[in-house]
Design a protein around this ligand. Structure first.
Ligand code: CA
Length: 225
């Protein structure tokens, strides 16, 4: 399976460094933020597969960040905190966290818990052990960069493939054309937002997702499974 991206939001540098070291060693792509604001922005921009979030941050509390993220995104969140009592734990979980770990922690335990969350999450998202993602009549085989519709291989260009997989991985989220351009084509791409419209049209036609890839007029697109 491809490298997983983890976002660590933690203001205590020594702790952030240990986590970064540990997850990089495990093959994760690691992004770090030391304030809540920066963390939230990175989460929106980079769409990590999982977020490791400290409870006590200098600007916004981890619980508030957690709530903001859970409102907009489906990525799993693991809360880190020095507090250990039951009320805090429940409060954290109510705000949208998927799991909870108390400091001081054992690095191996944090990694194991993150892996467990990702496995559980993949299952819920329809990603199988072999790295296949099943979304209705479509099956994505990421290591082959191919998509099958009712078992038949679709003829997609690389950009059409990337666009489709991006939508499938972020159901029900609205993306503007500009964001899609940045994500799929990159910041330095010279084309304009018409490129996005053309590709969405083609992807709709080739995949049979005419009704699932919804146009949000004046805004952009979203995928509704
Ligand atoms: Ca802290």
């Amino acid at each position: 399976m491809k490298d997983r991206k983890i976002l660590i939001i933690e203001d205590e540098k020594p702790i952030a460094d240990i986590l970064k070291y540990g997850f990089e060693k495990e093959g994760f792509l690691v992004r770090c933020a030391c304030t809540g604001g920066e963390g939230f922005e990175l989460a929106c921009r980079e769409q990590p597969d999982v977020v490791l979030l400290d409870w006590m941050l200098p600007d916004i509390s981890g619980v508030d960040i957690c709530r903001m993220l859970a409102e907009q995104y489906t990525m799993p969140i693991l809360m880190l905190t020095a507090r250990g009592n039951v009320e805090d734990k429940l409060y954290g979980l109510e705000s949208g966290a998927d799991d909870y770990i108390t400091k001081p922690f054992d690095l191996r335990e944090v990694i194991a818990r993150v892996r467990t969350i990702l496995r559980r999450f993949d299952k819920a998202e329809g990603i199988t052990e072999s790295g296949q993602m099943v979304c209705g009549h479509l099956t994505v085989v990421e290591r082959e960069h191919s998509v099958y519709s009712h078992g038949k291989l679709l003829n997609l260009t690389p950009k059409e493939y990337e666009l489709l997989v991006f939508f499938l991985k972020h159901p029900r989220q609205v993306f503007t054309r500009t964001i899609l351009l940045d994500r799929i084509w990159g910041y330095d791409f010279a084309g304009d937002t018409r490129t996005v419209d053309i590709h969405v049209q083609r992807v709709r036609k080739k995949t049979g997702l005419e009704n699932a890839l919804v146009t949000i007029f004046g805004v952009g697109y979203k995928y509704v499974p």
